[in-house]
Design a protein around this ligand. Structure first.
Ligand SMILES: Cc1cc2nc3c(=O)[nH]c(=O)nc-3n(C[C@H](O)[C@H](O)[C@H](O)COP(=O)(O)OP(=O)(O)OC[C@H]3O[C@@H](n4cnc5c(N)ncnc54)[C@H](O)[C@@H]3O)c2cc1C
Length: 418
């Protein structure tokens, strides 16, 4: 009997296992997860789980019976320590060897550290369920919370801590919030929303040194510009590093991610990678991309699930999308922000629904929406319809909040089919 092994029981790994079964794979299917918990979703860890403490079961990626019904052998708390590609086996921390015919690496990413020595207790990062539980318990008696990094994660944590009544300061080394992945229009609107909520954001500033209380807990910090800040709890959210060491030690090419082609296969035709850990290099399209989002992990998991089931590998080509919730606002992004030469706006970023449509050479390449789910869905449809890109797009129509964009997107999609 054939064996498929998936390393990493996260969003990409579990989706790939489910999709392999949906594609008719009836061999042995083993998912090896390094964490002690049943597979769970990460997004609530900085949002409702942190705020309200939703039960761990509600974080589950799949109900427990899914794994028995689909005969997916999920083993948790068993880190994989090596891949022996010469014989086609993975080696577990306890020395057990599990053979594979096809292997998927879905190892995710780990938080970057600040690199400041002697970090006291109460200075932490947030990636895993264990981190979230610890953060919740430390937050219970904290008054002053400092978040280092004004990216998506940092601002979500800041917002949730503020909702819990904490005094929150965010330190950001760059000259604006959300420096990666959103336009300055959206970044500035969200920064103002956080300020209205009472979150203090200090740009061009970071941590120089920690201050430790007598009991070993953090008491404060010295910023790079020399000021002292009081802090009972510090959350460092300065980005992640893809988990590549397993692939690297097995001789697979890596470069800020496990290198895969557009079909998600590594240089070894029996080994694929998907999700946060995978860097897709499409030489023909001059694209190199590694995304950190649920959509990317799940969609890549779906595509590679078919390959795990024995189908030929196929090109991964989904429209990327992402969401974040912060300062009482829901941000959604479709496409990749950054390649635009023109931005068409619809609505007021500070009040009510707003969308910034990003155009390049007259064609839609991305859309950022604040509290505008209908615009976001229409943008995704427009981006996936090739005519929207090929023929250019009607700017006046995009900018007019009275126009039903969904109907326009549907019309464009029908024109593509004809
Ligand atoms: C707090 C938080 C909030 C987020 N919010 C959002 C959001 O609002 N929207 C959004 O789109 N994205 C969000 N994300 C990002 C999103 O969760 C990730 O992009 C997604 O989980 C990536 O899935 P993955 O399967 O690639 O990796 P992961 O979910 O990280 O899963 C990888 C798993 O592999 C395991 N692993 C690693 N190495 C080994 C090994 N050697 N052996 C065994 N197991 C191993 C890891 O422990 C981990 O459990 C958030 C992330 C965090 C941390």
């Amino acid at each position: 009997m054939e064996t498929v092994v998936i390393v990493g029981a996260g969003q990409a790994g579990i989706q790939a296992a489910a999709s392999a079964r949906e594609h008719g794979y009836d061999g042995r299917l083993v998912v090896l997860g390094g964490e002690p918990h049943a597979p769970y979703q990460r997004p609530p860890l900085s949002k409702e789980h942190l705020r309200d403490g939703v039960e761990d079961q509600r974080l589950a990626l799949r109900p427990p019976r899914f794994y028995t019904d689909a005969a997916v052998d999920v083993r948790t708390g068993v880190p994989v320590t090596a891949i022996d590609r010469t014989v086609g086996e993975v080696v577990l921390a306890d020395g057990e060897r599990v053979p594979y015919d096809r292997l998927l690496l879905a190892t995710g990413a780990s938080p970057r550290e600040l690199g400041i020595p002697a970090s006291p207790s109460g200075v932490m990062t947030l990636r895993h369920l264990g981190d979230a539980s610890r953060l919740r318990s430390l937050a219970a008696d904290a008054v002053h919370v400092v978040v280092v990094g004004a990216g998506f994660l940092g601002l979500e944590v800041a917002s949730t801590m503020r909702a819990l009544g904490k005094q929150v300061t965010v330190l950001e080394a760059g000259d604006r919030v959300l420096g990666r992945g959103v336009s300055s229009t959206v970044a500035n609107a969200l920064e103002r929303a956080h300020a209205r909520d009472g979150v203090r954001i200090r740009l061009n500033d970071s941590v120089r040194a920690w201050q430790t209380r007598g009991d070993g807990r953090v008491g404060g910090l010295v910023t790079t510009d020399g000021r002292s800040l009081h802090a009972d709890l510090v959350v460092v959210a300065v980005g992640v590093r893809p988990n590549v060491s397993l692939a690297e030690c097995a001789g697979l090419p890596t470069s800020d991610g496990i290198i895969v082609g557009p079909d998600l296969l590594t240089s070894d035709p029996c080994v694929a990678a998907a999700g946060d850990c995978a860097r897709v290099i499409d030489v023909a399209a001059h694209v190199t991309m590694r995304l950190e989002s649920v959509q990317n992990a799940a969609d890549q998991g779906r595509v590679i699930g078919a390959w795990l089931a024995g189908a030929p590998a196929r090109r991964y080509a989904a429209v990327p999308w992402f969401w974040s919730e912060q300062a009482g606002r829901r941000l959604t992004i479709a496409g990749l922000v950054g390649a635009a030469d023109e931005i068409v706006t619809r609505g007021d970023p500070d009040a009510g629904p707003f969308t910034a449509f990003h155009l390049r050479d007259g064609n839609l390449v991305a859309a950022e929406s604040i509290d505008a789910p209908a615009d976001h869905m229409a943008a995704r449809r427009l981006l996936s319809s090739s005519s929207a890109r090929a023929d250019g797009i009607d700017r006046e129509l995009l900018a007019d909040p009275n126009v039903n964009l969904r109907a326009y997107a549907t019309r464009r999609a029908e024109e593509t089919v004809r």
